[in-house]
Ligand binder design. Structure first.
Ligand code: AMP
Ligand code: MG
Length: 348
C-alpha cells in the first residue's frame, strides 16, 4: 500500500484534504491524525471491519481496547449511556482536551472497539485538525496511538511515517503534538472515579473538579503475567527503545559518579534533564535530554521523541533520569518512563 503524507497548512488551505481524509474514513479506511496528545490511528468507530484494520496496522493485541474520539459534546450520547453527573462536570471542565473517560458503552459501539468490555473510552480532542477530520468523517473515530505496538507513541508525523509507512493509506501531518503524552484515562463507572492512566489533565486538576479520585496502583507498579488489570493497556510492554533502559534514581552528583565508574566497560547513553547535560561534556557518553526538570511540561512534551531518538542507536544500557512523581504532570512522566524501563532501576 502507498501511504500519502499530507502536510496541513490550515483549515481553509487544506479544505479538500480534510474532505478526502473524511471520505477514506467513511469508506472504512484507516488514517493517521494529529491530536494534542500524540498522533492517532483513526477509523470509523461504528464499523467493525475498519476497526480491525487498526489492530492489524499496529500489531496491537485484540484485547486492548481503543479510545473513541468525538468532536461535539452532544455526540457523547451516541457512544455512551448512563452518563454520571461527575462525567458531565469533567467534560465541562476539560473537554475538548487530553482527558479520556471510561463510561458504559452504547449498543452502537461494536465489541471490536472495546475488546468485548461493557465500557467504552471516550475523548473529545482539542486539536483543530483532529476535530476537522472527525467532522469530515461524520462519525466518531476509534483511535489508539499511531505507533507499532510496544513502541513510543508518535509525537510528530515523522514518527508515524517510521512505523506506519506502507500500512495505511494516509497520514495527516499537523506538526508536533503539544502535550506529547497520551491522554489521562479516568474510570467513571463506579461511585468514586479511578485514575487508570495519568496524562495531560493532572490528578490535582481532577480532584479539584470532582473531589475524591482514587489512583489505580498499577500506574506505578509492574503487572505480573497472570494479574487482572482495570485497563488492558497496563499489561503490555510499552514505550521501549530497543536498548535496555534503567532508571537512575538519586542526586545529580551521584549520577555523574555512577556514569563515570561504568563508562569504561560499557557503551552507555544517558537520558537526562537539560540542567544536567553540561556535566557530561567530554566524558565519551552519548547524552540525550528531554527538557528541563524545572519545567515538567517540557519533559512530558519531549519524552517520547527522545526515546525514539535513542532507538536510532544501539547501547549496552540507557540510564534515564526521572522527576519525582507528584499529583501533577510528573506522575505521567514517571508512569511512561518506568514502563519504558520495564521497572528496572538503580538507586544511587
Ligand atoms: P492508546 O490509545 O494506545 O493510548 O490506548 C488506549 C488506552 O485506554 C489503553 O491503555 C486501554 O487499555 C485504555 N482503555 C480503552 N478502553 C478502555 C476501557 N473500556 N476500560 C479501561 N481501559 C480502557
Ligand atoms: Mg498506545
Amino acid at each position: 500500500m502507498i501511504t500519502e503524507l499530507i502536510k496541513i497548512r490550515g483549515l481553509m488551505q487544506n479544505h479538500d484534504d480534510f474532505v478526502r481524509a473524511g471520505n477514506l474514513l467513511k469508506n472504512g479506511e484507516v488514517v493517521a491524525i494529529p491530536t494534542e496528545t500524540v498522533y492517532g490511528l483513526a477509523a470509523n468507530a461504528f464499523n467493525p471491519d475498519a476497526v480491525k484494520k487498526i489492530f492489524k496496522a499496529k500489531g496491537r493485541p485484540g484485547d486492548n481496547p481503543l479510545i473513541v474520539h468525538i468532536s461535539d459534546f452532544d455526540d457523547l450520547s451516541k457512544v455512551a449511556v448512563d452518563i454520571p453527573e461527575k462525567a458531565v462536570t469533567l467534560a465541562e471542565k476539560f473537554w475538548p482536551g487530553p482527558l479520556t473517560m471510561i463510561l458504559k458503552k452504547s449498543a452502537k459501539i461494536p465489541p471490536e472497539v472495546t475488546a468485548g468490555l461493557a465500557t467504552v473510552a471516550v475523548r473529545f480532542p482539542s486539536h483543530m485538525y483532529a476535530r476537522a477530520i472527525i467532522e469530515a468523517a461524520g462519525v466518531p473515530l476509534a483511535a489508539p496511538s499511531a505507533n507499532l505496538s510496544g513502541k513510543p507513541s508518535p509525537t510528530s508525523a515523522l514518527h508515524v511515517i517510521r512505523d506506519m509507512s506502507g500500512r495505511i493509506p494516509m497520514i495527516i501531518d499537523g506538526g508536533e503534538c503539544e502535550v506529547g503524552l497520551e491522554s489521562t484515562v479516568i474510570d467513571l463507572t463506579g461511585d468514586i472515579p479511578v485514575l487508570l492512566r495519568p496524562g495531560g489533565v493532572t490528578l490535582r486538576e481532577l480532584r479539584d473538579a470532582v473531589g475524591e479520585v482514587s489512583v489505580n496502583k498499577k500506574i506505578l507498579e509492574e503487572v505480573n503475567d497472570d494479574e487482572q488489570v482495570a485497563s488492558p493497556g497496563m499489561k503490555y510492554k510499552h514505550y521501549a527503545p530497543s536498548s535496555p533502559v534503567v532508571i537512575a534514581e538519586g542526586e545529580t552528583g551521584a549520577f555523574v559518579k555512577y556514569v563515570t565508574d561504568n563508562i569504561k566497560n560499557k557503551n552507555i547513553a544517558i537520558l537526562c534533564f537539560e540542567e544536567e547535560k553540561a556535566l557530561f561534556d567530554g566524558m565519551g557518553v552519548s547524552v540525550f535530554t528531554y527538557g528541563r526538570l524545572s519545567h515538567p511540561k517540557e519533559l512530558a512534551h519531549g519524552l517520547f521523541s527522545a526515546l525514539r531518538n535513542l532507538d536510532e542507536f544501539t547501547f549496552d544500557v540507557i540510564y534515564a533520569r526521572m522527576p519525582k512523581a507528584d499529583d501533577g504532570i510528573s506522575l505521567a512522566i514517571v508512569n511512561r518512563l518506568s514502563r519504558a524501563a520495564a521497572f528496572s532501576k538503580v538507586v544511587l
